[in-house]
Ligand binder design. Structure first.
Ligand SMILES: NC(=O)C1=CN([C@@H]2O[C@H](COP(=O)(O)OP(=O)(O)OC[C@H]3O[C@@H](n4cnc5c(N)ncnc54)[C@H](OP(=O)(O)O)[C@@H]3O)[C@@H](O)[C@H]2O)C=CC1
Ligand SMILES: CC(=O)[C@@H](O)[C@H](O)COP(=O)(O)O
Ligand SMILES: [Mn+2]
Length: 383
């Protein structure tokens, strides 16, 4: 029996994790869950899964939910609440599915308590990959990827020697505007940007997918998860999202992982690894799909991918700042404060003004993150 603490239970990954758990009550149990402010959904989840502990984003949300909780479910809130859920003594596995670098401290806390990690929250690794991976090594904790591309790479690397690796390739759908040129992006709306061609996901990652910042974050995530230099990490546009990513070995053999776009598959694999269990749903039929397409990654069309590689190569606080500036810029775009192309302008500007600190401590990471957020929030829109 896997005993799970779920961070971000009301989100896209959170609800799909609960789908997986509900399909296999003989394998999984929810011990604790944390959400933000979606009290209504959280209450339904609590009724169904009966966790011993829940946390919400702030005191107002805690006050709203308190009287509705069943006896036997304790309540906590805020950043400390997130850490309490991640450290919950009854859980052996923590699924990190909150959005953004808010997940960093709770992920570190879970690792320090020796919990296995099902990692969806890529911003954590981008913000402080050196701290997270060092803590995981120290506490002998596995970081099991949930992100579809990284789950694919993880499966393609299974049983192979890293000495024989030539490169890994992350596939990218191209996002909502993949058929538009840059000149057509000036006036695109939030609604258009939220219309991902293949995946139904939270708002922030869907915008990241449209700017291709998502693939940039994933390049950095792959660097930390698999300890692979940036020169060996490639990106390829693949509009169908059927090949989730692939690996090339020195003898020219290429191993790919394929499947229909369904996040429950990598979520479940992270929870059952190294076993596999049944999942209901249609099988992939390549005959029905007929053709798969591929396009070269174009750094001029998608500058966020270039900023990600440059930040990754610069190391230290550069990726912290890349992530923080992007989080703020995306939030401003979603609120209608700035245009779509302002997202990348803001990230570029914040990065170019940042003095990189190599091998930063947690305090230095938090400081760099906070400063980057303040600058990103203050820059005026151009669009
Ligand atoms: N969605 C997907 O298919 C994929 C997502 N990922 C990654 O997984 C992570 C989650 O993404 P996704 O599920 O799409 O995001 P969503 O926005 O759908 O969900 C985010 C979750 O985090 C909760 N939350 C937000 N802020 C806080 C806070 N301060 N304290 C506690 N909980 C909080 C939200 O609560 P509430 O809604 O109650 O306010 C919600 O449960 C991201 O890092 C993303 O990049 C990776 C691959 C695929
Ligand atoms: C499902 C998943 O893992 C997302 O990160 C997905 O990859 C987004 O699609 P893009 O390829 O458009 O970034
Ligand atoms: Mn992904």
């Amino acid at each position: 029996m896997k005993r799970i603490a779920l961070l971000g239970s009301t989100g896209s990954i959170g609800t799909q994790t609960l789908d997986v758990v509900a399909q296999h009550p003989e394998y999984f149990e929810i011990e604790a869950m944390a959400a933000g402010r979606n009290i209504e959904l959280l209450l339904q989840q609590v009724q169904q899964f009966r966790p011993k502990l829940v946390s919400v984003q702030d005191k107002a949300a805690a006050d709203a939910i308190r009287i509705h909780l069943p006896a036997g479910t304790a309540l906590t809130y805020g950043d400390e609440g997130l850490i309490e859920v991640a450290s919950c003594a009854d859980a052996d596995t923590v699924v990190t599915a909150v959005m953004g670098s808010i997940g960093l401290k709770s992920t570190l806390a879970a690792i320090e308590q020796g919990k296995q990690i099902g990692l969806a929250n890529k911003e954590t690794l981008v913000t402080a990959g050196h701290l997270v991976t060092a803590a995981a090594r120290k506490h002998n904790v596995a970081l099991l990827p949930i992100d579809s591309e990284h789950s694919a790479i993880f499966q393609c690397l299974n049983g192979e020697s890293m000495r024989h690796l030539r490169s890994i390739t992350l596939t990218a759908s191209g996002g909502s505007f993949r058929d538009k040129g840059r000149e057509e992006l000036k006036d695109v709306t939030v609604e258009q940007a939220l219309n991902h061609p293949n995946w139904s996901m939270g708002a922030k990652i869907t915008i990241d997918s449209a700017t291709m910042a998502n693939k940039g974050l994933e390049v950095i995530e792959a660097h930390w998860l698999f300890d692979i230099p940036y020169e060996q990490i490639q990106v390829l546009i693949h509009p169908e999202s059927i090949i989730h990513s692939f690996v090339e070995y020195v003898d020219g053999s290429v191993i790919a992982q394929l499947g229909l776009p369904d996040m429950r598959v990598p979520i479940q694999y992270a929870l059952t690894y190294p076993e596999r269990i049944e999942m209901k749903g249609p099988s992939l039929s390549l005959a029905e799909i007929g053709k798969l397409h591929f396009r070269e990654m174009d750094m001029a069309r998608y500058p966020m991918v270039r900023y990600a590689y440059e930040s990754g190569q610069a190391g230290g606080t550069a990726t912290t700042v890349f992530n923080a500036a992007n989080e703020v810029a995306v939030s401003r775009f979603l609120k209608g404060e700035i245009g779509f192309l302002d997202i990348e302008r803001i990230v570029e500007k914040v990065l170019s003004n940042h003095q990189v600190i190599a091998d930063p401590s947690l305090a230095e990471i938090e400081d760099a993150d906070g400063r980057a957020r303040a600058v990103a929030a203050s820059l005026p829109p151009v669009e």
